[in-house]
Design a protein around this ligand. Structure first.
Ligand code: ASP
Length: 322
């Protein structure tokens, strides 16, 4: 009996080792929990393309949008941990546990971190015909027209939701929010004038700001963004201490074999040094994180500290979703 179990266990170990050695032997899917064409999708496509070169396999992006990104995160949290399904998500993974009373996954326990990717600045933008000319006018206009002004976001738990919540609390106003499945489609409506303003990542807004399709009031980082030198910081525009950067990470379902995780970590680190990624990120107002942050340990620490940071802020704001 003992010998039989040992033999079976040995066979299993051998086949696991063989499987791990072969990894990856087929297409890898990176799930993006927002609509195609938006900021997270753009980051994922650039990273996925580069990782695919390193891993020698196709990497495809699957957009599983809805409920502020929580549907896509849940899908990966419950997926088979075989290294073929990954999640690319941002800061929203740390706000959702406080925003949703009935979240059906635990991002710390059910996902294994691969590494951080980038910290993307945000921009406060509006339809180009929206009356306020600068941030000062925007604040006054929003306060005076609370009942008719509309703010677009990608649902409760999205970065655009978080930025809007912080902005409304900073200027002490509350406006009607219009949720989309991502800021890709929200941007289309903003340009079309169906909605007035939003706060969204430079990875989505830069081309539209530069092309004069939307107007930009401020960037949400402490210093100006190199690719948008004329846009003031929120602080310069009069919002003291207002700062948000959208950190992004890559995860696999909990229990993904270590040999696969090791290869994924290396491929992510190589992607962040890929000149094509660095250049495209730069054109979109962001940059890859430093090598020491593109690690499982750094992402694990980041997620925990961000959940702890946002919990009390969200509680104080009294915002919830079910
Ligand atoms: N990152 C989202 C998207 O890709 C938008 C957001 O989080 O606000 O659409």
């Amino acid at each position: 009996m003992f010998r039989a179990i040992t033999a079976a266990a040995a066979a299993m170990l051998l086949s696991a080792a063989a499987l791990a050695q072969d990894y990856p032997s087929r297409t890898i899917t990176i799930t993006v929990p927002f609509a195609a064409g938006g900021p997270t999708d753009t980051v994922a496509r650039l990273i996925g393309q580069s990782m695919s070169k390193t891993l020698g396999q196709t990497v495809i992006i699957e957009n599983v949008a809805g409920a502020g990104g929580t549907i896509g995160v849940e899908k990966v949290a419950k997926a088979k941990p075989d290294g073929y399904t990954l999640l690319l998500m941002h800061i929203g993974i740390s706000t959702s546990p406080s925003l949703y009373r009935n979240l059906r996954y635990d991002p710390i326990k059910e996902l294994d971190p691969i590494g951080l990717i980038t910290d993307v600045p945000m921009t406060v933008v509006a339809n180009k015909d929206f009356p306020p000319k600068d941030m000062k006018e925007l604040i006054a206009y929003v306060r005076a027209n609370k009942d008719k002004v509309t703010y677009a976001n990608a649902g409760v738990g999205a970065a655009s939701h978080l930025c809007g919540m912080l902005l409304m609390s900073a200027i002490q106003a509350d406006v009607t929010t219009v949720p989309y499945k991502g800021t890709g489609p929200a941007m289309t409506d903003l340009i079309g004038g169906q909605v007035n303003f939003m706060c969204d990542q430079t990875t989505n807004t830069t081309p539209q700001i530069k092309g004069g399709k939307v107007k930009a009031y401020a960037v949400t980082t402490r210093t100006r963004v190199k690719s948008l030198p004329d846009v003031p910081t929120a602080e310069e525009a009069g919002l003291k201490g207002f700062e948000v950067a959208v950190w992004h990470g890559l995860w696999a379902p909990h229990g993904t074999p270590k040999p696969a995780m090791d290869k994924l970590v290396s491929a992510l680190q190589a992607a962040l040094k890929d000149p094509n990624v660095v250049t495209k990120f730069g054109e979109l107002g962001t940059e890859p994180v430093s090598h020491d942050r593109a690690t499982p340990e750094a992402l694990r620490t980041q997620l925990k500290s961000e959940i702890d940071k946002w919990g009390p802020i969200i509680k104080k704001a009294g915002v919830y979703a079910d």
